[in-house]
Design a binder for this molecule. Sequence first.
Ligand code: ZN
Length: 360
Amino acid sequence: MKAITVRPNSIGAEVRDVVVKETLGRGQALIRTVMTGICGTDRGIVSGKISFAYPPEGYSFLILGHEGLGRVEEIGDGVATLKKGDYVVPVVRRGCGQCLNCKIGRQDFCETGKFVEAGIRGKHGFMREFFVDDEKYLVKVPEEVKDVAVLTEPLSNVVKATEELLFVQRRMIWNCEDSTFECRNAFIVGTGPIGTFFAMTLRTLGFQVYLLNKREPSETERYISEKIGAEFYDTKLGIDKLPDADLIVDTSGVPEAFLPLMKKMRHNSALILFGTMEGEKAEIMSDLVTEIVEKNILIIGSVNASKKDFQGALNYLSIWRYRYGDVLNRMITSKVEVEEAPEVLSKKIKGEIKTVIKWS
Ligand SMILES: [Zn+2]
């Protein structure tokens, strides 16, 4: 079958015919891929800037792709929740089988680090015509959002991080006097798909949201921020005009982008670190450390998501379809053919929010 592959220690991706040893077993389903999303991690692997990617045992190549959407082609014995024709999204991380979190489906909190991740570490991804997967790793997609369900995986990570935030902020009373979060300001650093999803999720929870980038918004970004009721702010104008923050979410991975904003942080506020980038540097002064201590500032690192977060993401997609109209469709800024994918994987499309590859 056709697949998009990378090889360790070599730059670039290629479309080629591959043989993958998979047979449909008990509790499994054969999935025909419909769409796969392209994200920064894929591009990092293709450009060789991400060093942690590696092929599954017994293979000299890795099939890319962790943002999948497919359709059930055939089910194995014992499959209870899926039938032929269902749309599904596969989860990315597969547990170590040893630690307690992995045993209860929370491999996003794996303690041993011996997990694999489809299309990233030790497991083939979804940029291929077909794949076989366990029912427990497949999330059923509601009919009304199947056209945008390729966005489920990136959103699932945002759902998980937001849930963590709300959980740890129960250390005190963080709600406003009217019980909502409407008195709370959130800064989102970076306006890619993850930043946009944080903005939409936090707006849905009631937060006042500022989407920050060091440039003016594109036409699509302007449209989306207006539609969801967030303010797009160009940090080149200086940060003094911004209000104080109860929450900063960094999706850039660039310390220089979020550290200066930290002086805006209120008492008991939180910083979520979500973006990663290799080789970026910034200095931290002890004054900032004092601020973090004196103001009870919380710093949360968050990665990956569990199956229930994928379900949560699909619930949000259903709500937003109704509330924000065509915003989700407009986030998918290009759909490319499989043959075009290697080029798109090596270079971002201008004005891109999310580029997806069409498979069937
Ligand atoms: Zn584990």
